[in-house]
Write a protein that binds this ligand. Structure first.
Ligand code: AMP
Length: 121
């Protein structure tokens, strides 16, 4: 018998299940999207896998379909938000040095204004 330690749920799992009633911009069987509670740009949306994957380091090959869906939903939402043509930035932070705060991977879709230099170290 293996003692597999299940990753600890974050607030994002509760949002996915709507136990915390956050307005959703998109949801399907693989991913969920909603606005960031503390927007860093005029448009700041989080797109997250429904499956709890704590960090990019925990991604496995079986997650590839889900991860691809993050991009197609980012593309769709950027068009809906009217920011696709001007452009936007997609960000995924990993662990401490990456600045990750919530340990359930999520793609940040930020735009609606010039995003400046890529890194602000
Ligand atoms: P990261 O630093 O990449 O882990 O980003 C976590 C993001 O989640 C931050 O931008 C937070 O503002 C955002 N966030 C945390 N709690 C909530 C929430 N309840 N609803 C929406 N966004 C949240």
């Amino acid at each position: 018998m293996t003692n597999k330690i299940e990753p600890e749920e974050t607030i994002f799992s509760k949002i996915i299940r709507q136990e915390i009633p956050t307005p959703l911009l998109y949801q399907d069987e693989l991913v969920t999207a909603f606005r960031d509670i503390s927007p860093q740009a005029k448009c700041h949306i989080l797109i997250i896998p429904n499956k709890l994957i704590p960090t990019v380091n925990d991604i496995v090959e079986q997650d590839e379909l889900t991860l691809g869906r993050l991009f197609t939903v980012a593309n769709k939402l950027a068009k809906e938000e009217g920011i696709a043509d001007d452009g936007y930035r997609l960000i995924m932070n990993c662990n401490n040095h990456g600045g990750q705060e919530v340990y359930h991977i999520h793609m940040h879709l930020v735009g609606g204004q010039p995003m400046g230099k890529m890194l602000n170290i």
